[in-house]
Design a protein around this ligand. Structure first.
Ligand SMILES: [Zn+2]
Ligand SMILES: [Zn+2]
Length: 138
């Protein structure tokens, strides 16, 4: 499977690189076309003063027709592209999974205990190890 890589961050609704021990994960999610008018690309609303997207906005909006979707609901409909190196078997792989986040228990290295986090989860194609990409904690 060959994944499409983003040309620029502007193409992405989400992009993250994680490195935990031997496990490397790069996750990106392309912005998609407005489901209503099929013309505009859904994005964060722009600040009318600066013309820059409001990164912290809690919704996505279509610049063509104004169709607006709540951030989490919109992101759950997207597809996550993932390039990874499995921390367990060192397998390098690529996968595509729905960007619908689930509550999962993961081991927090910093806190040294299990915590519940929002994450997208997939399994290593070789050893079936569960790999979770957590939503960045603020
Ligand atoms: Zn639209
Ligand atoms: Zn593996």
């Amino acid at each position: 499977m060959a994944l499409k890589y983003p040309d620029s961050m502007d193409d992405c609704a989400y992009f993250t690189r994680r490195l935990v021990g031997d496990q490397k994960i790069v996750t990106w999610v392309f912005k998609e076309t407005c489901p209503q008018c099929k013309k505009g690309t859904m994005g964060k609303p722009k600040d009318p003063k600066t013309g820059k997207p409001k990164i912290r906005a809690n919704e996505y909006t279509c610049p063509e027709c104004g169709h607006t979707v709540e951030k989490e609901a919109y992101e759950d409909t997207l597809t996550a592209n993932i390039q990874y190196t499995c921390g367990k078997c060192k397998n390098e792989g690529e996968t595509q999974i729905p960007f619908a986040r689930k509550k999962v228990k993961i081991f927090d290295e910093a806190k040294q205990k299990d915590v519940t986090a929002d994450a997208v989860v997939f399994n290593c194609s070789k050893c079936k190890e569960r790999i979770a990409v957590t939503k960045k904690m603020k």
